[in-house]
Write a protein that binds this ligand. Structure first.
Ligand SMILES: Nc1ncnc2c1ncn2[C@@H]1O[C@H](COP(=O)(O)OP(=O)(O)OP(=O)(O)O)[C@@H](O)[C@H]1O
Ligand SMILES: [Mg+2]
Length: 308
């Protein structure tokens, strides 16, 4: 584990799709006279950073310096995101797209049970995204590691160009991928798909040997340094130029698996920026993932917790 000073000195640039996770809690006393649905009297609201903003928060909680570059709308949710990020000490480079609806995932919870989730979202326009590429290029010199958090919402349209710029500047690039086109991640140092994300691209594997072959073929095709497969209750596997490395999941109670992938890539990025190798960082990131699945909602881990 790198010392706290090394972590505090590391500077991370997080780029990707952000969202606001909103929870409305209340009591259910009756069924609506208008339709056969419960009526929830809302008594409490909670808001959390989601997507790339949660990745940024996770890196910040570990003690790193973090900048989040993303595009938001000109709406109430963007203001809430800005406020939450500011309070957490995450620096922001926010492109504003007046036609974009900032992504909000609203959960209505009555009697401790999720009754409904309502998603608000739209795709960002190209001009604002192109402008963000300029901001990205200017921000690069002040950062040690670049992390792309792709949630498939359109914010990373120019990722191929951004990876090129980061590589030219000599900055390690990590990507949490999404979707069926991984060609756009070509040249990245590390990609961290989960099982579903990888199988969507290389197909289902029959056994570990087959997985190894498929992972290596993909790695070669894309010119990627390492593929770190997160495997939920099976821990994670690393495929790089050496022998594959497997780390089992920490046996523990699982409350909520949401956001474990965010925690993992944030931890890897921070530890790399602080001077560790990927092989050294991997078991620690796995531990961090194991810790957050024991918590409600998207959660994060501190430096001290990871050190224990
Ligand atoms: N059920 C589980 N039991 C133990 N550890 C888990 C479990 N689920 C996740 N983890 C830990 O978290 C890591 C990342 O989890 P996972 O592979 O599910 O990521 P993910 O699907 O990208 O998550 P998300 O997209 O919700 O953030 C795993 O490699 C493991 O260390
Ligand atoms: Mg994930």
């Amino acid at each position: 584990m790198p010392d706290k000073e090394a972590v505090a000195a590391s500077r991370l640039l997080v780029v990707g799709d952000v969202m606001l996770d909103r929870y409305w809690f209340g009591a259910v006393d009756r069924i609506s006279p208008e339709a056969p649905v419960p009526v929830v009297r809302i008594s409490r609201e909670e808001e959390r950073l989601g997507g790339a903003a949660n990745v940024a928060l996770n890196a910040k909680m570990l003690g790193a310096q973090v900048t989040l570059l993303t595009v938001v709308g000109a709406d109430e949710a963007a203001g809430r995101l800005r406020g939450l990020l500011e309070r957490q000490g995450v620096r922001t480079l926010l492109g504003e797209d007046a036609r974009l609806q900032t992504i909000v995932k609203l959960r209505i919870i009555g009697r401790s049970q999720q009754l409904l989730r309502a998603d608000f979202e739209s795709e960002p326009v190209n001009e604002v995204l192109a402008q963000m590429t300029g901001d990205f290029e200017r921000a690069l010199p002040d950062h040690d590691v670049v992390l792309f958090s792709d949630y498939g919402k359109g914010g990373l349209t120019h990722i191929a160009r951004m990876i090129e710029l980061a590589r030219a500047a000599g900055k390690p690039v990590l990507v949490d991928p999404k979707g069926s086109d991984f060609q756009r991640y070509a040249g990245a140092d590390v990609i961290t798909p989960n099982r579903a994300e990888l199988s969507q691209v290389v197909g289902a594997w029959r056994d570990e040997r087959d997985l190894h072959a498929r992972a290596q073929a993909l790695r070669m095709k894309l010119g990627i340094g390492a593929l770190l497969l997160t495997r939920s209750e099976q821990g994670m596997s690393l495929f790089d130029a050496g022998e594959p490395l497997h780390v089992p999941a920490q046996a523990r109670e699982v409350f909520d698996v949401t956001g474990a992938g965010d925690t993992v890539i944030a931890a890897v990025a921070v530890l790399l920026a602080a001077g560790m190798t990927l092989r050294e960082a991997m078991p620690l990131a796995n531990r961090a993932g194991g810790l957050v699945v024991g918590r409600f909602g998207t959660a994060s881990v501190s430096y001290e917790e990871l050190l224990q």
